[in-house]
Design a protein around this ligand. Structure first.
Ligand SMILES: Nc1ncnc2c1ncn2[C@@H]1O[C@H](COP(=O)(O)OP(=O)(O)OP(=O)(O)O)[C@@H](O)[C@H]1O
Length: 581
């Protein structure tokens, strides 16, 4: 659903509550404009010596009650509108997040994550501000303006109002003109500052290189250049802000001067009473703020509308990998994998990355994949859970083309351990049970033991409750990989893919993990990508991939007998050298 429709629906759902809070704000302003009126009456009565002390107390109490009622009503309206804004903000963010979760990894590869975060934070916030603060202020400003004008026209003098208000009317137009220019200047200053921090960070991290090559003067000059630019931008911002800050007081001073001149004349000539004159100056003071706010709100609405349009583009993005129009009704898979792929090419690539790949793994068997960096191993296994979409009729699981299987069934049947063993910033236990809310502590511990990470975890202060990441402990590369392996071991699924996930563990641990794998092997089809051949030598079948094609295929013994690349690599690794990198 696009954000405009979402906004309309939200306003429809909340129309009574939203209308009520707008009414509350209007009522509060109705009370607010009674202040000058009461004070005007008080002045007149005081001047005519008609007041007893008792009357003065009554006036004071009246003003107090009016003040309290105003604050109460205004506070309620503000709070409720603020809440609507927040509710909509979270609804929009949730929609964005849900939508992004559906999009393919390709989308995130092509988009800048910084830009996406910017949309999720700033654009959504802009819409919220318009919906809450903007509507609050606009309601407030319009009503206050109308009410003040009605009061001054009816209780003071229409002529005085029209003449005195003219300078104030320039204020909103001025803000509409200058507001975006100030924002632009401020953004340029921020960009300049972040450029400068980037340069500083870069210089500090390469300080040894800078010193070794005696490049300090060049770096200092580069820094000076940035500083000069920031100063220039800051001066522009100062000039515009100063203009802004001086314009509004100037206009209100002119307005007051006119009111004083003309109002004084009217009072002196007896055309208006002193009380009306006092009330009028107070009304004029009340007008400055709403006129200023109207300008701000118009700018705010313009920005919110641009933000909505940008959000709309994001939410219109269609997921490129989805269920087939009529997916097969298959809920469970056994794990028989057949690949007959003539070619696979990335969307923006000029030539295929995989060609003529053919193999068959029966349920419970293990396939080893080896090959040089960039030969296409990860690409091949990424096709199985449809992280990238293979051509139709090229990959079959249990005899079904994977593109015809429900995406949920396919992905829920595969446990994938990526190269970097990504972990979330939460406890180790939650990381292992990720995606399996029903996992018991016993199952989690068993998986951790099988992945040889149990002892490491128990050595941490809070065991499985130890939090990982910025706010917790830092795991070594090997510990990260083994925790990710434990997560995959816990997932009771027919297919397990390990993408070079033993690279950071030592040979002894690798052996123990492979042994643990052997135990669960009967129930799982396993694909192991590895650079160290010891990780695949027990596989039922091994593929050696060279430039996207199968160069050699067979069991360890067969490949050794073939005396090709695999055999050479194996012998070299046996001698302690690593050739395949
Ligand atoms: N999303 C992508 N879009 C375009 N090209 C890609 C993409 N992912 C990988 N490639 C390219 O495809 C080729 C194969 O990459 P792949 O990651 O499958 O190799 P690999 O054998 O797994 O390498 P490694 O052993 O380093 O993990 C490389 O040339 C890589 O640059």
């Amino acid at each position: 659903m696009n954000p405009r429709t979402l906004l309309k629906q939200f306003l429809r759902d909340y129309k009574w509550a939203y209308g009520f809070s707008i009414l509350t704000i209007i009522a509060s302003e109705f009370i607010n404009v009674q202040f000058p009126h009461i004070l005007g009456k008080f002045t007149d009565a005081l001047q005519a010596h008609r007041l007893t002390f008792h009357d003065v107390v009554v006036y004071a109490l009246l003003l107090f009650v009016v003040g309290v009622v105003y604050v109460l009503l205004y506070g309620i309206g503000q709070y409720r509108n603020g809440k609507f804004g927040r509710d909509f903000e979270y609804l929009l963010r949730r929609r964005l997040f849900e939508h992004w979760e559906l999009l393919s990894t390709e989308y995130f590869r092509l988009k800048s994550i910084g830009d996406l975060l910017n949309h999720a934070m700033n654009d959504v916030q802009q819409v919220r501000e318009a919906l809450a603060g903007g509507v609050n202020i606009l309601t407030n400003a319009i009503f206050l303006l109308v009410a003040t004008l009605v009061m001054t026209f009816t209780t003071v003098s229409a002529k005085l109002t029209v003449v005195s208000i003219i300078p104030l009317l320039f204020i909103p137009f001025f803000i509409i003109w200058l507001g975006p220019r100030i924002r632009f200047a401020s953004r340029r200053v921020q960009e300049g500052l972040s450029d400068m921090s980037e340069l500083t960070e870069e210089s500090f991290s390469s300080i040894r290189l800078i010193k070794a090559t005696a490049n300090e003067p060049v770096e200092t000059a580069r820094f000076q250049e940035r500083v000069d630019e920031i100063v220039k931008r800051q001066l522009t911002l100062f000039r515009r802000s100063a203009l802004f800050q001086s314009f509004i007081p100037t206009m209100s001073s002119i307005s007051f001067a006119i009111a004083l001149l003309y109002g004084g004349y009217l009072a002196l000539s007896g055309q208006i009473r002193l009380g009306s004159f006092v009330a009028f100056t107070l009304y004029l003071g009340l007008l400055v703020q709403p006129l200023q706010q109207i300008g701000f709100v118009i700018n705010n609405f313009q920005r919110a509308s641009a933000s909505l349009a940008r959000l709309q583009i994001l939410l219109d993005e269609k997921p490129s990998i989805t269920d087939a129009p009529n997916p097969l009704d298959v809920q469970t898979l056994v794990g028989d994998i057949r690949v007959d792929l003539s070619s696979f090419q990335y969307r923006d690539a000029t030539e295929p990355v995989l060609r003529d790949i053919e193999f068959h793994i029966k349920p419970g068997q293990t396939l080893g994949i080896v090959g040089r960096t960039g030969s296409g191993k990860t690409t091949l296994v990424n096709l199985l859970p449809r992280i990238f979409d293979p051509p139709a009729n090229s990959i079959f699981i249990d005899g079904h083309d994977i593109r015809e299987l429900p995406l949920a069934t396919l992905r829920q049947s595969i446990a994938y351990v990526p190269q970097d063993g990504f972990l979330f910033s939460t406890s180790i236990g939650v990381n292992i049970s990720f995606g399996d809310a029903d996992a018991t502590m016993e199952q989690i511990e068993r998986a951790a033991k099988a992945a040889c990470v149990y002892d490491d975890i128990m050595a941490f202060p809070d065991g499985f409750d130890t939090v990982i990441g910025e706010r917790g402990v830092t795991l070594s590369g090997g510990q990260r990989q083994r925790t990710a392996i434990a997560r995959a071991f816990l997932k009771q699924v027919p297919i397990l893919i390990m993408d070079d996930s033993l690279s950071a563990v030592d040979m002894k641990t690798e052996k123990r993990i492979i042994e643990a794998l052997e135990k669960v092997r009967q129930t799982r089809t396993t694909i192991i990508i590895a650079h160290r051949l010891s990780a695949v030598r027990h596989a039922d079948q091994i593929l050696v991939i060279e430039d996207g094609q199968i160069a050699e295929q067979g069991t360890h013994d067969e490949l050794i007998a073939l005396d090709g690349l695999y055999a050479k690599t194996y012998h070299m690794q046996q001698e302690g050298e690593v050739l395949v990198q």
